[in-house]
Design a binder for this molecule. Structure first.
Ligand SMILES: *Cc1c(COP(=O)(O)O)cnc(C)c1O
Length: 377
């Protein structure tokens, strides 16, 4: 049956796998490349994403929440590691261990709690330790790190398998914060001799080898967002978002379009109404600001984005036949990349991806999944 969905989201798993390899190849030799698949694989489907990354060679994954780990981990082949960035929620320590998930311990309190859990029920349970080097969000504060250097007993109850920190300004290579964090992390690692280190997110990989350590944690670049803003995007696009034309109208006399009558047309325009809106994650801030593409022709979005509908001025499309009910307009595609859309609405690709709505027909194409072939979800 032909899909009745009004928005089509196509996710290219081969491009995703290629992006992972491209990032891995930038790392200094000996550095492992992980994959960050939190928030449902940045909105693209964590299970197919993880499977495609596994096919490319990825064996270490990061999720934000335990619930995410519980869903994805059982779908991965044995030998994979899944870290939970938020750490253990009080009372859930045994569930983490039972599921084989590895928590990231972000405070002295979490370290104490994990040590107590390990002593009582799970000797040598693995965990990562997150040291704050300037983000002031999660991670051991300098005073907590100093205390741990004095009294190492909590560290003896469990197995620290990774020490990590997170960069605040990696997408601004010239920012002084980067050098401060790189050296603070180097110093902090001395407290954990023999424990592998991890600092770089996607943009951190592009800061060079001093940020690479033993394990890199790219997320957004895997999904095609530019990790090096201001420079040409080294990543391949992964997402194509298309909206279906419901109706085409010819305007001959002066008129206004949409809620608030914000957009004025002087007459003689063709307008296509497309069946997706802010309920699908297309920001209302896109009103009168973004470009769709139809038949390789840029078509401006005119008027307000409403809940289920948007309108495009398609007057410039040369073939009238192309503008018909059922035809698809690209909102994100080869000629209008996600970073452009994000910039035009004053946000970042991360937010566009993780806001992608639940009404789209999602199609995963390509993929080197163990069971092979194209899958449709
Ligand atoms: C989300 C996240 C990442 C991945 O960041 P990107 O900028 O998407 O590459 C890495 N590390 C931590 C701690 C994160 O929260």
């Amino acid at each position: 049956m032909m899909t009745a969905a009004q928005g089509l989201l196509t996710i290219d798993l081969d491009a995703l796998a290629g992006n992972w390899r491209r990032l891995r190849d930038r790392l200094r030799s000996g550095t492992e490349c992980a994959g960050v698949i939190k928030a449902n694989g940045y909105g693209l489907g964590d299970i197919p994403v993880a499977r495609a990354l596994y096919g490319a060679g990825c064996r270490t994954f990061f999720v934000a929440q335990m619930e995410e780990g519980l869903r994805v981990a059982p779908t991965l082949p044995p030998g994979c590691r899944v870290f939970v960035l938020s750490g253990p929620i009080p009372g859930c320590e045994a569930d983490l261990t039972a599921a084989g998930l590895i928590p990231v311990l972000n405070s002295a309190e979490q370290i104490e709690r994990w040590a107590a859990h390990a002593r009582a029920r799970a000797p040598g349970a693995p965990a990562a330790i997150h040291v704050d080097t300037g983000m002031e969000r999660l991670g051991l504060m300098p005073s907590e790190l100093a205390a741990l250097r004095e009294d190492r007993r909590p560290l003896e109850a469990f197995a620290p398998v990774l020490v990590m920190s997170h960069l605040a300004c990696a997408d601004m290579p010239g920012h002084a914060m980067n050098a401060r964090q790189v050296s603070a992390f180097q110093a902090a690692r001395a407290a954990f001799p023999g424990v592998p280190g991890s600092l770089a997110n996607s943009s951190g990989i592009f800061l060079g080898p001093a940020a690479h350590h033993d394990l890199a944690r790219p997320g957004v670049a895997l999904y095609g967002v530019n990790p090096a803003p201001g420079r040409p995007n080294p990543m391949a696009p992964v997402v194509r978002l298309q909206g279906r034309i419901l109706q085409v109208r010819h305007v001959d006399a002066p008129a206004t379009v949409g809620y608030g009558a914000t957009h004025w047309v002087a007459g003689r325009r063709r307008i296509a109404t497309v069946g997706i809106g802010y309920a699908d994650g297309l920001p209302r801030a896109a009103s009168d600001r973004i470009m769709g593409v139809l038949e390789e022709t840029p078509v401006p979005l005119i008027g307000r984005v409403s809940m289920d509908l948007v309108t495009f001025d398609v007057s410039a499309v040369p073939h009238p036949d192309a503008v018909r009910p059922g035809a698809l307009i690209d909102l994100i595609g080869p000629l209008n990349p996600i970073d452009d859309l994000a910039a035009r609405v004053g946000t970042i690709g991360y937010e566009i991806l993780t806001s992608l709505g639940s009404r789209y027909a999602r199609r995963h194409i390509g993929g080197t999944a163990p069971d092979g072939g194209t899958e449709r979800t």
